[in-house]
Write a protein that binds this ligand. Sequence first.
Ligand code: HEC
Ligand code: HEC
Ligand code: HEC
Ligand code: HEC
Ligand code: HEC
Ligand code: HEC
Length: 221
Amino acid sequence: MKKLVILSIVGLFVFSCVVISAANKPAETQEAYDEDTYGPEAPIVWNKPVKAVFFSHKVHTKDNGLDCESCHDEFFEMEAGAAEAKEDFTMASMGNGLYCGACHDGSTAFAYNAECARCHNAPKEQVVWTKPVQAVVFSHQNHTENAGLGCQDCHDALFTMKSGAAQEKEDFTMASLYAGNYCGACHDGSTAFASNTRCTVCHIGVRGYGKLTGQGEKPSH
Ligand code: HEC
Ligand code: HEC
Ligand code: HEC
Ligand code: HEC
Ligand code: HEC
Ligand code: HEC
């Protein structure tokens, strides 16, 4: 009986040590990021004028030691989304030393007009054009992740960062591609497969379009 009591006391002690150390783990990681000291932990994301531009407080305050006053309220209000409501929240303004451009000038911090992907995310969903013909697709992932291209290989010289913009232009045709414009700047048979081959990797057809948009196949008459 005595043995059993001692055994269970020892057992309880070991058990509580395990519980205490497990309970301490999450507390430690919580201390590592304190929002009052460093600003909000979740990245701020803007979708205007273009989609998926992000900003991290952690990088600026915790990792690079900037204090709140270096941005608030001279360059940014303490309100997520306030800047994107303003007309002048553009790359040109940054060139004039506003917003991110107050520091991202190539000396205080890396330049605003290089390495686009450090601030911009490529869209995940495919671009789909319906003019002049239905159902031509473009995947960013194929080009940025798989082919290793940078944003500047296409933006803004060949395409603007606005889904559907190209199809508003009269010359968004195969003849233009064959002449080396738009996709044809690379899809010429040497940088990438030629535009006059493999029609169906770019043209997904009525059925592919139905699948992609979840609308199913429309009757032809
Ligand atoms: C390098 C610039 C920079 C620094 C330094 C900075 N912030 Fe910010 N902060 C921003 C930007 C950009 C936004 C988003 C504003 C917008 O969308 O218009 C923002 C937004 C905020 C918001 C609003 C978040 C929300 O969800 O509405 C809070 C709160 C905030 N900052 C607190 C802080 C605190 C506290 C510090 C200092 C520890 C700090 N910031 C330092 C740039 C900065
Ligand atoms: C008050 C000065 C200041 C402002 C304003 C500022 N930054 Fe920074 N930023 C820095 C400094 C300093 C660094 C660290 C040095 C570097 O990476 O060049 C940095 C680094 C970064 C990084 C690099 C993160 C990494 O580790 O790769 C990104 C991305 C970034 N900033 C985005 C932004 C964006 C987006 C804005 C505007 C919304 C902005 N910054 C506004 C000073 C600033
Ligand atoms: C330091 C961060 C940063 C870098 C680097 C950066 N951008 Fe931006 N960009 C922004 C922010 C912030 C906005 C405004 C928010 C939005 O549009 O969602 C913006 C908006 C834009 C816009 C729409 C507004 C306009 O000026 O027409 C375009 C286009 C754009 N960026 C292209 C680029 C390209 C191309 C590169 C690389 C050469 C680049 N950006 C590099 C932060 C950056
Ligand atoms: C191989 C060419 C190519 C590369 C590389 C590329 N893009 Fe694009 N991007 C496009 C095309 C094409 C469109 C659609 C434009 C149109 O319809 O006129 C587009 C559209 C966009 C849009 C608008 C999306 C929308 O829903 O409105 C954003 C944002 C964008 N690109 C960001 C990026 C970023 C960030 C990078 C780098 C990480 C990048 N792109 C690299 C070709 C490219
Ligand atoms: C800046 C150069 C560049 C531009 C512009 C470009 N591409 Fe590409 N693309 C590539 C490269 C490089 C590859 C990979 C090599 C290959 O497949 O030949 C590729 C691959 C592809 C693939 C093949 C994916 C697979 O599964 O094999 C498709 C589809 C495609 N591109 C469509 C387009 C369309 C549509 C446009 C125009 C809206 C376009 N690309 C514009 C460079 C480019
Ligand atoms: C690299 C991608 C790509 C390949 C490969 C490609 N196309 Fe296209 N095609 C496009 C784009 C982008 C457009 C313009 C957008 C739209 O019409 O939706 C287009 C438009 C067209 C159009 C309407 C405009 C015009 O020029 O009359 C026809 C017809 C067409 N393609 C036929 C073909 C045929 C046939 C092939 C194969 C021999 C082919 N395409 C291969 C990307 C491609």
